[in-house]
Design a protein around this ligand. Structure first.
Ligand code: AMP
Ligand code: ZN
Length: 479
């Protein structure tokens, strides 16, 4: 069996993955700050994490994933107050939209979605531990983590302490910190916070951003767990701070493997709210691209490589999504062909030796690619290689209906990881009414009533049904 290998950001090398408990993986994923609608750059991170989760399952692991919802920070407080809404009613809109988007993009649900505001006691408890162990100091009612008490600080991001001082100096006036590298665990209440505060033994206030992930990961996954993920921008300071808090508060070890995905870029720049170069999922859907196409695009490049979006609604350039759409079309057409052939296979038919060889070879190559640090390009290369070879055999009459059935099943098995195929048509569509419309269209054509036959074709297309006239009659499939 192929062994899973991941590039661990902490050690900066590829390592064979071994879970702490056999057969089980505990995984923590930094989730969204629900101050606005997420953009598709964010979804690149969640799709990478979905690929990871599905791959772990494919390799036989039971996965327990925790994905947090950051429903309190400077931005959520500021924006909710500007709109005269309570923090909760303001963030609820974006939390709901996030869950809708996950479903749309077929991102498999995590086991736990803890919200920060529902875990304040756990955070207070961790801060108290850090205070008791003398890793903190208080200034103006806020509690800061004292980085000089944790010599390993900077190990994950490979940032030297002096680099930190010079790069962070810009915002050093913001807080009354002893050292610019120190970060807030608890922020004292100010008037700008309005009714957003909690009482803690160390004063009235609210948590800093980083503490929630340490407290919630530990609550649901224990103090020592297998994998922690996020986008590269999370490495420093967020994950570096998490490591410091968790190890100093609960005692080490904390996380064995850290995985970070590279950014989705637009014209060489990171897609980000602050740069204004972002698209929400809704915008891309409204431009006419299906969720599957968007998923395929975001999935199709290796997670540690930047992915550049070539898309400009103003000039009408949709290259990235068009390329994804045509790749999917090739898979869809192939699948439809197989679906048609397999209907004619009969019980007792045998699969040919040549097909078995093709399937065996492809199965191993697909798994090996994923095992190699989630090499998705390699895995998709195997899928298209098999399609090409099988198409050749169909054209030369070498692929029997039973062979087609076996290839079809292989495709479905792979889709447990990819999640891009359309579900079987009969599951959702009223096949009888489609057949009836096709029969009517054929009659219209026979009567040379092309206006009506075109109308029926367009009507079917609007319902997501593509029809194709072949020597064997009219075939249909879902878009
Ligand atoms: P945020 O809501 O800003 O905390 O971000 C949620 C997740 O999206 C984090 O894991 C970020 O690292 C990730 N992220 C933000 N922008 C991008 C981008 N352009 N490409 C990939 N991931 C991103
Ligand atoms: Zn986090």
């Amino acid at each position: 069996m192929s062994k899973l290998v991941f590039y661990n950001s902490l050690t900066r090398q590829k390592e064979e993955f071994r879970s702490i408990n056999p057969g089980e993986v505990r995984l923590y994923t930094c989730g969204p700050t629900v101050h606005d609608y997420a953009h598709i750059g964010n979804y690149r991170a969640y799709i990478f994490e979905d690929l990871l989760r599905r791959t772990l399952t494919f390799f036989g692991y039971q996965v327990k994933q925790v994905l947090n919802i950051t429903d309190i920070d400077d931005k959520t407080i500021k924006k909710s107050r500007e709109q005269g809404l309570s923090l909760k009613s303001y963030t609820d809109t974006f939390t709901k939209s996030f869950f809708d988007d996950l479903k749309t993009l077929r991102i498999e649900p995590a086991e736990v979605y803890p919200a920060a505001t529902e875990h304040i006691p756990e955070m207070i408890d961790l801060i108290q531990k850090l205070i008791d162990k003398e890793h903190t100091y208080t200034a103006d009612g806020s509690v800061y983590f004292k980085i000089s008490t944790f010599p390993d600080y900077g190990k994950l991001s490979n940032i030297q302490p002096d680099q930190l001082i010079s790069s962070a100096r810009g915002d050093s006036d913001e807080y009354e910190k002893e050292d610019v590298r120190d970060f807030a665990l608890w922020k004292a209440w100010t008037e700008d916070d309005g009714d957003v505060f909690w009482e803690a033994p160390f004063g009235k206030g609210r948590p800093g951003w980083h503490i929630e992930c340490s407290a919630m990961a530990t609550k649901y996954l224990g103090t020592h767990f297998d994998i922690h993920t996020g986008g590269v921008d999370n490495k420093f300071p967020h994950h570096e701070n998490e490591i410091a808090q968790s190890i100093c508060g609960y005692g080490g070890p904390f996380v064995d493997t850290w995985l970070h995905c590279a950014h989705l870029m637009v014209n060489g720049e990171k897609m980000a709210k602050s740069l204004g170069n972002f698209y929400t999922l809704r915008e891309i859907l409204d431009a006419g691209f299906s969720p599957r196409v968007i998923r395929y695009f975001l999935l199709s490049a290796h997670y540690r490589q930047q992915l550049n979006l070539m898309y400009d609604p103003e000039t009408g350039s949709h290259d990235s999504f068009n390329a994804a759409a045509s790749a999917l079309e090739r898979i869809d057409e192939f699948k439809a062909k197989l679906a048609d052939m397999k209907q004619h296979s009969a019980a007792g038919d045998l699969i040919s030796r040549k097909t078995i060889e093709l399937l065996d070879h492809s199965r191993i190559a697909f798994k090996d690619a994923l095992a190699n640090d989630l090499d998705i390009s390699g895995a998709l290369g195997v899928v298209f290689g098999m399609i090409k070879e099988a198409n050749k055999r169909i054209a030369s009459g070498e692929l029997s209906n039973m062979d087609a059935q076996a290839v079809y099943e292989r495709l479905l098995r792979w889709d447990e990881v990819l999640g891009v195929l359309e579900p079987d048509q009969t599951d959702e569509i009223d096949a009888a009414s489609i057949e009836a419309l096709i029969a009517e269209r054929n009659q219209a054509r026979a009567d040379k009533n092309f206006a009506r036959s075109d109308e029926i074709r367009d009507q079917l297309l609007a319902d997501g049904i593509i029809i194709q006239d072949t020597p064997q009659g009219t075939k249909w499939r879902k878009k």
